[in-house]
Design a protein around this ligand. Structure first.
Ligand code: TYD
Ligand code: MG
Length: 455
C-alpha cells in the first residue's frame, strides 16, 4: 500500500502545495487552501494507466479521419444546439448548476429520449427507485436504458464492462470517489482523479460521458478550474428558481460555439423546450403600465425579446434602496449615475427597483437603453407603448452606442409585430431602412430617446 501524504489544495484553481499557504501563487486568491490526505496510486495501478494511455500512436495528420455525421443527437433541439449539433463521440461533458435547478431532470430526460442507444445512468445521489419515480413523470425510454446507484469509480467501471453503454451519465461528480486516493468524495483531489478517470475512459472507448457538477454559492463549480480544463465542454444550467425558465449555456466547448443558448421551461412532467422565447416572455404583458420597456437582445445567435420592469419611487428612508433582479447591480448604479449627472433626471433620492421578466439573466449590453427608458418611464409615470422595443448600449456620457448585429434585431422585431425600434444613430450606416416593415428610430443621446418616447 502506498504511503498516505498530506497536501494542501487551492479551492479555486486546484494548485497543490506541501504546506499551507495564505495566498495561492497560481491564482492569487487569499485563504483558499484546504488540507487533504492523498494516497499515491500503487505502482501496479499506475502502470496499468500508463499502458492505457500509450494505446494510441502518433499518426500523420492527413491520416486522421473523422466523420462529422457521427455526432449523436440528443433528440432535444435546445440541448443539441448548445452542444454544437449533438454529442461528439468520446467527449467528456460537464453540466453545472445550482442544486435544485434541474440538472438531473435534464440529463434523465435526455437519456430517456435518445433513440436506439444503450445508456448507463449512474447516480451517486439517488436510489434506483427514486430515479424510476422521476423517469415515470417524464416519459418512457426510447432506447435501452440502465440505471445504477453507485459512488465508487472502480465499481462504476465494472458496471460499464457489463453494460457496455453507448453513453454514460454520472450524477454527480462530487459524490463519486476513486479508491486509488484516500480523500473523501467531493474533495479537490477526488474530483480531479475521478474526472481524469472518466476522461480516459471516454477517450479510449469513444463513449461520451456526461457529468453533473454542483456549483458553489458564489457561482463557481466546486473544484472548478481543475475540472474545466480536463473536460471538453462545460455547460451551465441556470435560472431563477421562482420562475419556470431555465437557460442552458456553454461556458466552454471544444466542438462548438459558446454563443449558443438553450431555453427550457420546468413543468410538472419535466422540462419543455422553448423554441421561441420572445413570444412567451412577451405574452404576459399588460398594456400601458409605466416602467416597462422591451429590449431586443441577442443571446448568442438568437434574438430574445425581454421585458424590463422598473419601479421608481420616493425613498421613505434617508438612503434610497436599489435592487436589480436579472441585471448587474453595478451596471444599474452606473446607468442611474449617468441619468442623474449627464441628463439631470433627479433619481438620487429615489428608490429604484429593476426586474427582468421571467427571471432571465441577460449579458447583452443592448439591454441598457431599455433599462434606462424603463426607469425614466416609471419616474415620469408615462408608459412606453407596447409596440416599441429598444436595442442600444448607453455610455458614460449618456450617448447611445451601437450594438452588434442590429439587422437581425430589427428583422426579428418586425417579425414579432413591433411598430418601432429604437437604435443608436451610429448603428444605421448602410442600413436599408425601407427593407424592414418597422419604423427605425435613431437616437444619439439618452435625452433624444426621452423626448421621442415621453414628450
Ligand atoms: P433536479 O433535477 O433534481 O435538480 P438538480 O439535479 O439540479 O439538483 O430538479 C429539481 C426541481 O425540479 C425539483 O425541485 C422539482 C422540479 N421538477 C419539476 O418541477 N418537474 C419535474 O418533472 C421534475 C422531475 C422536477
Ligand atoms: Mg440532482
Amino acid at each position: 500500500m502506498a504511503k498516505a501524504k498530506k497536501y494542501f489544495f487551492c479551492r479555486e484553481c486546484g494548485y497543490q502545495s506541501s504546506s499551507w499557504l495564505g495566498r495561492c501563487p497560481e491564482c492569487g486568491k487569499w485563504n483558499t487552501f484546504d488540507e487533504e490526505v492523498v494516497q499515491a496510486a500503487t505502482s501496479s495501478a499506475k502502470s496499468a494507466k500508463q499502458q492505457g494511455l500509450s494505446l494510441s500512436e502518433p499518426k500523420r495528420i492527413e491520416e486522421v479521419t473523422y466523420d462529422e455525421t457521427v455526432r449523436m443527437s440528443t433528440h432535444c433541439d435546445e440541448f443539441d444546439r448548445v452542444l454544437g449539433g449533438g454529442i461528439v463521440p468520446g467527449s467528456l461533458i460537464l453540466l453545472g448548476g445550482e442544486p435544485g435547478i434541474g440538472k438531473s431532470t435534464l440529463l434523465l430526460q435526455t437519456a430517456l429520449s435518445i433513440k436506439d442507444k444503450r445508456l448507463l445512468y449512474v447516480s451517486g445521489e439517488e436510489s434506483e427507485q427514486q430515479i424510476k419515480m422521476r423517469a415515470d413523470r417524464i416519459g418512457s425510454p426510447q432506447g435501452e436504458m440502465y440505471v445504477v446507484s453507485e459512488t465508487s469509480t472502480n465499481r462504476i467501471f465494472q458496471h460499464i464492462e457489463a453494460v457496455k453503454p453507448d453513453i454514460l451519465i454520472v450524477d454527480s461528480i462530487q459524490t463519486i470517489n476513486s479508491e486509488d486516493i484516500d480523500s473523501s468524495a467531493g474533495s479537490i483531489s477526488q474530483i480531479r482523479e475521478c474526472t481524469t478517470e472518466f476522461q480516459r475512459y471516454a477517450k479510449l472507448s469513444g463513449t461520451p460521458v456526461l457529468l453533473i457538477g454542483h456549483i458553489t454559492k458564489d457561482g463557481t463549480l466546486a473544484g472548478p478550474k481543475v475540472m474545466e480544463h480536463i473536460v471538453d465542454a462545460v455547460l451551465q444550467f441556470e435560472g431563477d428558481r421562482n420562475y419556470g425558465f431555465r437557460i442552458l449555456r456553454a461556458l466552454k466547448n471544444r466542438f462548438g460555439s459558446t454563443a449558443e443558448l438553450g431555453i427550457f421551461e420546468m413543468q410538472n412532467s419535466g422540462l419543455r423546450e422553448v423554441p421561441n422565447p420572445s413570444e412567451i416572455l412577451l405574452s404576459q404583458r399588460d398594456e400601458n403600465l409605466s416602467g416597462a420597456a422591451i429590449s431586443a437582445t441577442l443571446e448568442g445567435a438568437r434574438p430574445i425579446f425581454i421585458e424590463v420592469q422598473s419601479l421608481v419611487s420616493s425613498a421613505v428612508y434617508g438612503t434610497p434602496q436599489r435592487n436589480a433582479n436579472g441585471f448587474d447591480f453595478r451596471r444599474l448604479s452606473m446607468l442611474l449615475a449617468v441619468l442623474e449627472k449627464r441628463c439631470g433626471f433627479k433619481l438620487g433620492a429615489k428608490d429604484v427597483f429593476l426586474n427582468i421578466a421571467g427571471g432571465i439573466r441577460v449579458n447583452d449590453p443592448a439591454i441598457d437603453l431599455a433599462v434606462a427608458c424603463s426607469i425614466l418611464s416609471s419616474n415620469v409615470d408615462i408608459p412606453i407603448p407596447p409596440t416599441v422595443c429598444l436595442a442600444a448600449e448607453m455610455g458614460l456620457n449618456g450617448e447611445i452606442r451601437p450594438v452588434s448585429r442590429v439587422e437581425q434585431r430589427i428583422a426579428e422585431a418586425a417579425r414579432l409585430g413591433f411598430e418601432k425600434i429604437f437604435v443608436s444613430r451610429y448603428n444605421t450606416k448602410g442600413l436599408d431602412k425601407k427593407k424592414y416593415a418597422i419604423d427605425i428610430v435613431e437616437v444619439a443621446v439618452i435625452e433624444d430617446a426621452f423626448r421621442k418616447l415621453f414628450a
